[in-house]
Design a protein around this ligand. Sequence first.
Ligand SMILES: Cc1cc2nc3c(=O)[nH]c(=O)nc-3n(C[C@H](O)[C@H](O)[C@H](O)COP(=O)(O)OP(=O)(O)OC[C@H]3O[C@@H](n4cnc5c(N)ncnc54)[C@H](O)[C@@H]3O)c2cc1C
Length: 563
Amino acid sequence: MTFGRPSVWEDGVMARIEQRPAGPTHEVFNQAAALENYNVFGEDRPLTEALRREGAGWAEDRALQVGEVAGRARTLRWGAEANENAPTLRTHDRLGNRIDEVEFHPAWHELMRIGIGHGLHALPWREPQPGAHVARAAMFIALSQAEAGVGCPISMTYSAIPALRAQPQLVQEWESRFLSLEYDERLVPAPDKTGALCGMAMTEKQGGSDVRANTTAARPVNGGGPGAEYELTGHKWFCSAPMCDAFLVLAQADGGLSCFLLPRFTPDGDRNRFHIQRLKDKLGNRSNASSEVEFRAAWARLIGEEGRGVPTIIEMVNHTRLDCTIGSTAGMRAGVANAIHHCAQRSAFGKRLIEQPLMRNVLADLAVESEAATVSAMRLARTYDEDAPELRRLATPVLKYWTCKRGPAHTVEALECFGGNGYVEESGMPRLFRESPLASIWEGSGNVQCLDVLRAMARNPASVDAYFAEVDEAADAEPRLDSYAASVRDELTDLEQIEARARRVVERMALALQGSLLVRYGDPAVADAFCASRLAGEWSGAFGTLPAGTDFGAIIERHAPHV
Ligand SMILES: Cc1cc2nc3c(=O)[nH]c(=O)nc-3n(C[C@H](O)[C@H](O)[C@H](O)COP(=O)(O)OP(=O)(O)OC[C@H]3O[C@@H](n4cnc5c(N)ncnc54)[C@H](O)[C@@H]3O)c2cc1C
């Protein structure tokens, strides 16, 4: 091994220095070109295979179209521009009237137009058929790699539909607007628009996870009841995408915490008393606006029964949790694709980084994690297509917890593959890094997911059976998986201090599920590396710690994007 003066210098660099003509101080070489102008979907083999396997082969051409657009240099540039030029709030017009408008950079609108135009907010509701949620998940994974911020309003609009369906009059009025493929950015009354977006406002200052602490009050205008008019007074500490046309909101009615649809305009065409106080100055997700809002007797309509707010809005939250899982999967894919692409071009110490044994271990390990996330996220998406409520109930928080928890660690390591360049904005890696913790906080943070898993298992034992039935689909195929699954089963029978142990329990449930899917469907080298590290080894969780005998070459080649 050569420290100090590396052999690559002896091979070529000194010769170049000696031949340097007078003029520029240096020649630029050994810098890796950006990963762009490639098909984000088509070059993702685990994702392409999962799309076919999980019942959405019919959507492959459409996913390829989104993948091609998402990988274009122009689209990737829009992603950067939308973040460099964060949205701004205009509370009043020049005459002093409240307007509560958010202004976005044109790049944001371009990205939104791509997402809405391809139906990422609506596909399963517009075209209900087997594989529709899977198809949408694949397209969402592709577009998120160009820019994740637009995923927020797109995901909320997609997720609002099942909650809205609890109130038929509102479905009649709003659903076709939310399902439109036209992106209409204007803040005008919804009946005048060609398409509309839906947001969600639950979190208040005194409580986000614990929404029962909400104090926003709902007063019926004409007696109240399902679908009736109410006035809401209170505040919301987080309300993302406040430029949406309507929001699902939780507020306290006489009958308890209830779910409302609150539009930006009242039926007579006036601006609703929905006042945006300020936009949050966030770590990442900067292209997207997240706000604090006050409702001053804001006009809204009840969805479902008074007091049934949580069960009503949970229909929405389940889908946004699915999107957190697939969003983190997208971040991991972006990380590993960029890292492999960089290391294939950059040399150090006489070899390309991708040929250095220790870097091969890191890249392969990142790829294993990305493939585990992909197969499990896509399997989860299929539970939303199928009549599989038990598996969906448990697998959603299990995978939301673990996939989102692995995201930031994965991104940090992918960033480090770039060396110093990874710490510099132009590489795109800092943006990916800043985005990465968000999915774990959104829609119920890590602990809340783990407690939800315990709740699901206690209240719905059939969900545990459905979970093990899925894991056991790979029974007898891989001894390391069999013994790991048996140990998870044993662990679940031990209720001693289960709440304090919940993270470890849920992590192990996620690993057993991912292991089962990889053994059945993953690349053999990937499945072997997963079992050897995550299931059977003394795994530290750090990347680059796969056993030395792993088939690094096969794993890296499988995940390498070809430009
Ligand atoms: C960028 C951004 C955008 C957002 N957009 C929206 C939006 O559009 N609409 C909306 O309604 N909300 C939104 N949120 C809010 C988000 O959903 C909440 O922040 C999240 O649910 C956590 O709630 P909290 O912030 O009140 O934290 P808390 O509830 O105070 O939780 C703090 C910590 O305590 C943990 N914790 C809570 N209860 C327990 C327990 N029983 N045992 C152990 N640990 C526990 C949590 O896991 C968390 O780690 C957004 C947040 C962010 C960061």
